[in-house]
Design a protein around this ligand. Structure first.
Ligand code: CP
Ligand code: NVA
Length: 306
């Protein structure tokens, strides 16, 4: 049995297999010919943070696969009142077939998975957001942007950045990360990713210069400057991130066919300009839709590997 906690635990072949399966299921779904791969199965979805895309994609995804999604907000379940993770994990995994969790500390997810008798999927932690990267890479594949990509991530060194690092390290492409001083990526995760790069041929460059990262890139991506749980830091972060907006000038410095990705929700006028977000290079809504297809691929893959 496999969990899906970070891309660290997956090989290049496995990541590409999940994406290929997601694309196959997408095609079947669009042709209204999708078999009920997970007929009768229940997916528990535990949310300790807000969500639009993750909830809707997992809940619709499991029902389209012939199963049922159970939305469990921490406001409603005993976990939110302090029932131990290890008890919750054993109870929920004894009754349902797969579990998705969105939570704060990554160690909380790891603890949950270690007590779960069914596959656990990371629906975002403070450290990683790997299901988003499946959708992002799927979008790159569909647009033919997966051939020797040069990805520029401009903004906060956060869960999205860490997941991009793992994707680049596993698949072996170039990732340039530009963050302001003091908002760099986690040094331990960077070291781990650089270790994987030694065998994959991946390249990760970290800088405090956004123009340097963006110049000549094929994909520009960013994320909110204040993630969930950092609401109190919002004002200070807006000041610290001045100059890090992805705007038309920055997009123009990338290759002429470059694309823009953003996991959403986006804050117009902060990490990205309205013109870029709504512009012709932006694939944000294809990317968001691909959450559905990529995660259906993931759930079916996990079911095949138990
Ligand atoms: N990108 C993403 O995970 O969005 P939600 O927070 O809406 O789920
Ligand atoms: N970094 C953001 C991603 C939201 C999908 C957050 O953690 O809030």
């Amino acid at each position: 049995m496999r969990h899906f906690l970070t891309l660290k635990d997956y090989t290049k072949e496995e990541i590409l297999e999940i994406i290929a399966l997601g694309l196959k299921i997408k095609k079947e779904f669009k042709a209204k010919a999708q078999p009920p791969y997970l007929h009768g199965q229940t997916l528990s979805m535990i949310f300790e943070k807000s969500s639009t895309r993750t909830r809707v994609s997992f809940e619709s995804g499991i029902s389209q696969l012939g199963g049922h999604g159970l939305f469990l907000s921490n406001k409603d379940i005993q976990l939110g009142r302090g029932e131990p993770v290890k008890d919750t994990a054993r109870v929920i995994s004894s009754m349902t077939d797969m579990i998705m969790i969105r939570t704060f500390e990554h160690s909380r997810l790891e603890e949950f998975a270690s007590y779960s008798s069914v596959p656990v999927i990371n629906g975002l932690t403070d450290s990683y957001h790997p299901v988003q990267l499946l959708a992002d890479y799927m979008t790159m594949v569909e647009k033919g942007m997966d051939k020797d990509p040069i990805v520029a991530y401009v903004g906060d060194g956060n869960n999205m950045t860490h997941s991009w690092m793992m994707l680049a390290a596993k698949l072996g492409f170039e990732l340039r990360i530009a963050t302001p001083k003091g908002y760099e990526v986690n040094a331990t995760i960077l070291q781990e990713a650089l270790e994987f790069c030694k065998t994959s041929g991946g390249k990760i460059i970290v800088t405090n210069n956004p123009a340097e990262a963006a110049k000549g890139s094929t994909v520009i991506t960013t994320d909110t400057w204040a993630s969930m749980g950092q609401e109190d830091e919002k004002e200070a972060r807006i000041k610290a991130f001045a100059g890090y907006i992805v705007d038309e000038k920055m997009m123009a410095s990338a290759q002429s066919n470059a694309i823009f990705l953003h996991c959403l929700p986006a804050y117009r006028g902060q990490e990205v300009s309205e013109a870029v977000l709504e512009g012709p290079q932006s694939l944000i809504f294809e990317e968001a839709e691909n959450r559905l297809h990529a995660q259906k691929g993931l759930m079916v893959w996990l079911d095949l590997h138990r």
